[in-house]
Design a protein around this ligand. Structure first.
Ligand SMILES: Cc1cc2nc3c(=O)[nH]c(=O)nc-3n(C[C@H](O)[C@H](O)[C@H](O)COP(=O)(O)OP(=O)(O)OC[C@H]3O[C@@H](n4cnc5c(N)ncnc54)[C@H](O)[C@@H]3O)c2cc1C
Length: 469
């Protein structure tokens, strides 16, 4: 297969632009900014109001001084309300609002979403147990269960919803999730919306705190509608818009036997705001791929007329992506990625890439000038896996940087393991003075992080993408 070259325009140096202010560069993403404190204030505010609603209805008094049944009922009411509030905050994070995503990154947002989902599931279990115990004191356990799941239509719906939520949480636990393809897990986990809607009616019409308090009920309805609107506008709206305004495959350049550089352009590219180091969800509008968007990093600083991705065939979808015919329409959702990389300008940089992790590193190289003196450690298992080397060397040369390819299996390396602090210091003597970006597999990120910390790099100066699925 042809190797990419710094002089070819398809997948090559046609995409090299000398500075971030170059007129051919695409408009940069909007930077509305959001602080952790904004998100924390809204979330804590919702939790305080939730507990306040329960308190206002005498929940605390009943919990501390009520009869046995009242104590369990009160605990059931509190856990039910908190489970829903926490689930709503988690869903709001997964809505991927631009403001939040630019501030914290999609990886962090989705990790927090997962933790909140697991917390909500634990509270839901507590809600079910406490409510069953409370009802059992009237008529025994069996009648209590019968009454709770079947006698009221809203309770029957809530039971189905609760079982759905618990099943989805179980399937999302790491050891179960790894047994499924990403798509199987993703589509099952979308059913959580249906589960929440099923549970909603019992909160509004039967819940002791909402059914008889119009103010609390309207607050609850308004918060739920806001979260739903966020999901519809930000999450689904963005995906829908990307399908309405697809880009077109301009070229596919094989880089080795498993990877290709794909350039997308066409008239819709004018809508794109993108920066080096970001990634987008690519959804080729072909019969086999239209239903599964996959994340790929931008591998050359985006230009007004084109954007490039470098794709390695790791599985079925990525293999098909490396073979897309020129002219294929591709919906590009995003791009996503925090503004953090744009804030690194002015720092001396160490960029560590493993395998196809070189894609974001390659594009980031274009964003820095010679004050960055970028050093790139490019880890690959085989010589044939190295891609974009000519472009990287050209960029390093013009930015007083250097590229250090480290090729081979770790135990066979003549230089030794680059993630041994001694080897790292010999490769990059001023490593402790640099800000580091690490892009690659999770084991490599862990090894690099441990080594960098031992070399004296501050944790806040090490940037990487967390695994989110
Ligand atoms: C932020 C980010 C940036 C990436 N950038 C690049 C890049 O520049 N070049 C490149 O070649 N690869 C990149 N990847 C990896 C790429 O997304 C996967 O290789 C691709 O999705 C695999 O899909 P598949 O069907 O071919 O393989 P599969 O065999 O289905 O999956 C292989 C692996 O990819 C994961 N995966 C599959 N689909 C998704 C999805 N929609 N979202 C998240 N993970 C998924 C699976 O869980 C599995 O671990 C990136 C991944 C992420 C999360």
């Amino acid at each position: 297969m042809a190797k990419d070259s710094a002089s070819s325009s398809s997948g090559g140096s046609g995409v090299l632009s000398p500075s971030i202010d170059h007129p051919h560069r695409a408009r940069r993403p909007l930077n509305p900014g959001a602080a952790l404190s904004d998100a924390a204030i809204v979330s804590i505010g919702l939790l305080v109001v939730t507990v306040g609603i329960w308190w206002r209805h005498g929940g605390l008094t009943l919990l501390l001084h009520g009869s046995w049944t009242e104590q369990w009922e009160s605990a059931g009411a509190l856990t039910g309300l908190l489970a829903t509030s926490i689930a709503l905050i988690g869903i709001s994070l997964a809505a991927r609002t631009h403001r939040f995503e630019r501030a914290f990154g999609l990886d962090r947002a989705l990790l927090w979403h997962r933790w909140l989902g697991e917390t909500a599931a634990l509270l839901l279990i507590a809600h079910i147990i406490t409510t069953v115990v409370a009802y059992s004191s009237y008529s025994g356990f069996v009648d209590a269960v019968k009454q709770l799941i079947g006698e009221e239509q809203y309770m029957a719906m809530a039971t189905v919803g609760a079982l759905g939520m618990l099943l989805i949480t179980f399937l999302s636990l790491g050891f179960m999730r790894r047994r499924m393809s990403y798509e199987t897990w993703y589509f099952i986990h979308l059913l959580v919306y249906a589960a929440l809607i099923l549970a909603f009616a019992h909160e509004i019409f039967l819940g002791s705190d909402l059914a008889f308090d119009p103010l609390a009920r309207w607050f609850w309805i308004i918060v739920s509608v806001i979260v739903l609107a966020q999901v519809i506008i930000s999450r689904w709206g963005r995906a829908f818009l990307s399908v309405l305004r697809p880009l077109t495959v301009l070229s596919v350049t094989p880089l080795n036997d498993v990877a290709a550089a794909i350039e997308l352009g066409g008239r819709n590219v004018t809508y794109l705001r993108a920066a080096a180091g970001q990634f987008a969800l690519l959804r080729p509008l072909t019969p086999k791929l239209f239903w599964q968007p996959h994340p790929y990093s931008i591998s050359a600083a985006p230009r007004v007329d084109r954007i490039r991705f470098t794709i390695k065939a790791l599985g079925g979808a990525s293999e098909l992506m490396t073979q897309l015919p020129v002219g294929t329409k591709v919906a590009v959702e995003g791009p996503y990625g925090t503004k953090i990389y744009e804030e690194l300008r002015g720092s001396k940089l160490l960029l560590i890439a493993g395998g196809v992790g070189i894609a974001p590193v390659r594009s980031l190289m274009e964003d820095f000038d010679s004050s960055a003196e970028p050093v790139v450690i490019y880890r690959a298992r085989r010589e044939a896996e190295i891609v974009h080397l000519d472009e990287l060397e050209h960029l390093a040369e013009t930015r007083k940087g250097r590229i250090i390819p480290v090729v081979g299996r770790t135990h066979e390396l003549a230089t030794g393991n680059p993630f041994d602090p001694h080897v790292m210091r010999s490769l990059v003597p001023d490593v402790a003075e640099r800000v580091v970006v690490v892009c690659g597999s999770q084991p490599m990120i862990h090894a690099a992080y441990k080594c960098l910390r031992e070399c004296g790099v501050a944790s806040a100066d090490i940037h990487f993408e967390r695994i989110w699925w």
